[in-house]
Design a binder for this molecule. Structure first.
Ligand code: ZN
Length: 332
């Protein structure tokens, strides 16, 4: 039977069972910060919509020049050295800490996410990372991103909020890597920025929806018509049905919040890195922070006074710089 054909009570049960099964750590962080998270997601989404290119596909991303594994590794090692972090990817691969997946570079329709699948981290392991190697230059960007997760996970994270910022660290490192390779014709920074804007539009939209469901559930300890009416606007039955869409999405609630945090904070970190010598010297310190307060302190942000719309100027400028300014250059 289709979810939408189920009786209302069963749909509610499905939603409430889900929230009762979510880890306490996760749920309490999100529910106690739900307004701030939603405000961040709404502001981020407005900017992402401006730059979203609906026609862009994964093939645009994958359609890039070839680059051999050792050149990619050298470039990423050199980048990390330039930001004060010594890492030897090949050594980590040889040690077995990082798994290298050699792919055929022909991608079938069902397999459009082959690169994405391979750059997803191992579920149960805190130190393993997966890197794909199909001979394409774009994989160097993925290496830069995954190595940031790898380094970040080496430091214990006390709270769930800080763990939620792992993507921020990975995305800021990825953005700095793109600045590092900007003049290298093997990388199309515009396509990359557009792809991030497109992908994260979906997860940021879903983050807002998750916040609405979580806020309703937290109000009465269950999702029902009364808790719905206090938070949502619109039709209760549609909200029950939409929950199922959200539940079956490619992104989990944690992914969605992780992504919108990353789009919110990472461009600011990159900006600070470029203009503030002291900050750039201590960039690696953000990897070591174990709770959200220390992370904010290391970034120089006071979250309680941040206005999310104004703060999104960093994201707006970052995307403008990578998307519009490149187009401008090409037309000259
Ligand atoms: Zn990531």
């Amino acid at each position: 039977m289709k979810f939408s054909d189920l009786p209302r009570e069963e749909k509610e049960l499905h939603i409430n069972n889900y929230f009762n099964s979510v880890s306490k750590d996760e749920f309490s962080f999100i529910s106690s910060n739900v307004r701030e998270i939603r405000s961040i997601a709404v502001s981020v989404l407005k900017i992402l919509y401006k730059y979203r290119d609906k026609n862009l596909t994964f093939y645009d991303y994958y359609n890039c020049p070839r680059m051999d594994y050792y050149s990619k590794v050298k470039l990423v090692n050199d980048f990390y050295k330039s930001i004060g972090i010594r890492i030897d990817i090949d050594e980590l691969v040889n040690n077995g800490d990082i798994h290298l997946c050699n792919n055929d570079d022909t991608i079938s329709d069902e397999d459009t996410s082959i690169l994405l699948v391979n750059h997803v981290r191992g579920e149960n392991s805190s130190t393993n990372a997966f890197l794909s190697n199909s001979g394409k230059s774009v994989e160097a960007i993925i290496y830069a991103h995954e190595i940031a997760h790898y380094i970040d996970e080496h430091y214990p994270k006390e709270d769930f909020g800080r763990r939620l910022l792992s993507e921020t660290v990975a995305i800021s490192s990825e953005m700095l890597f793109l600045d590092f390779v900007k003049d290298n014709s093997l990388f199309d920074c515009e396509v990359h920025a557009k792809l991030r804007a497109k992908d994260f539009t979906v997860s940021t939209f879903e983050a807002i929806e998750w916040c609405n469901y979580i806020e309703s559930f937290a109000l009465h300890g269950s999702y029902n018509i009364d808790s719905f009416n206090e938070v949502h606007k619109g039709d209760y039955e549609s909200s029950l049905n939409f929950f199922n869409t959200l539940y079956n999405s490619n992104y989990s609630v944690v992914d969605c919040i992780n992504h919108c945090f990353a789009m919110f904070f990472a461009p600011y970190i990159v900006y600070q890195y470029h203009i503030n010598k002291e900050f750039s010297k201590s960039y690696k310190e953000i990897f070591k922070t174990s709770n959200i307060d220390d992370f904010m302190k290391a970034m120089g942000i006071n979250l309680s006074i941040v206005d999310s719309d104004s703060f999104c100027i960093f994201l707006d400028n970052y995307l403008y710089r990578n998307i519009n300014s490149n187009r401008l250059k090409r037309h000259i």
